[in-house]
Design a protein around this ligand. Structure first.
Ligand SMILES: [Mg+2]
Length: 255
């Protein structure tokens, strides 16, 4: 069953029940039209692919234990939609060791990346439905494709390379220099518009993501956002954040 819905400003007052019901009612209407843009920014985890291995998770756990002396667990922390630095910060704060966070952060980021690199061969991404086709379609149409991810740069590119998608992306913005996702998206937008500058006026940029944090980051930067329920958040949970287009997966798109 396909569930597709375009949210609109006028729905805002009663979205909690009404929009979800309309979305379900719209389930049988067919394929959704892609939001037109000159450039598309893709989140990584849960948007391009998911992985069943624990390579990234274990890298976090070893970093927390070795650098901060914190229990090696992310259980119960706000991981999905968060950035790598934000996840570390939350884990250290939970352990009551925030005073040491900034001082030890450079070492933590170094170890997080080296631990991921050490296990990278075990990283097994599974592409989300229709992502390969969508990326190829956008590439064939000359669209600018970039990454806007909460991963560290090295980790993000290693994941995308493992997924066989590296050649499609001409730039990426990650969390190394900006912990907040809205800032990451802002940097990515600037990169996209710089690349597109020769094509004329300010390029239209669209974000594709799988979490409410992606929707909020797009809103903070005044660009449209396509939410895909291929990560941990449900279609209804994403719809509540009022994305411009909400999809079960990119397989709902009509190209
Ligand atoms: Mg994600």
């Amino acid at each position: 069953m396909r569930r597709i819905h375009r949210t609109r400003q006028r729905h805002r007052k009663n979205f909690s029940e009404g929009i979800v019901n309309r979305a379900i009612a719209a389930a049988h209407t067919g394929h959704a039209k892609l939001i037109e843009a000159d450039a598309y920014l893709f989140d990584i985890d849960g948007t391009l692919f998911n992985s069943r291995d624990a390579v990234h998770y274990q890298a976090f756990c070893r970093t927390l234990a070795e650098v901060y002396g914190v229990e090696p667990s992310l259980d119960g922390l706000p991981v999905h939609g968060n950035t790598d630095i934000g996840i570390l910060r939350a884990a250290v704060a939970r352990a009551g060791k925030s005073d040491s966070f900034e001082k030890r952060l450079p070492r933590a980021l170094e170890l997080l990346q080296s631990e991921f690199a050490a296990g990278a061969e075990q990283f097994l991404p599974q592409l989300c439905p229709f992502i390969g086709e969508l990326i190829q379609h956008l590439h064939d149409r000359g669209k600018i494709l970039g990454v806007a991810s909460g991963n560290l740069t090295m980790v993000g590119w290693a994941k995308i390379t493992a997924a066989g998608l590296r050649a499609y992306f001409s730039f990426g913005a990650f969390c190394d220099g900006c912990e907040a996702r809205a800032d990451i998206v802002r940097v990515a937008i600037a990169q996209a518009r710089k690349i597109a500058a020769s094509a004329g006026p300010v390029a239209a940029v669209c974000l594709v993501g799988d979490t409410p944090a992606d929707i909020a980051a797009a809103r903070a930067n005044a660009i449209p956002v396509i939410a895909v329920a291929t990560g941990t958040f449900s279609f209804a949970e994403l719809l509540a954040g009022q994305p411009d287009l909400c999809l079960n997966s990119c397989a709902d798109l009509r190209l």
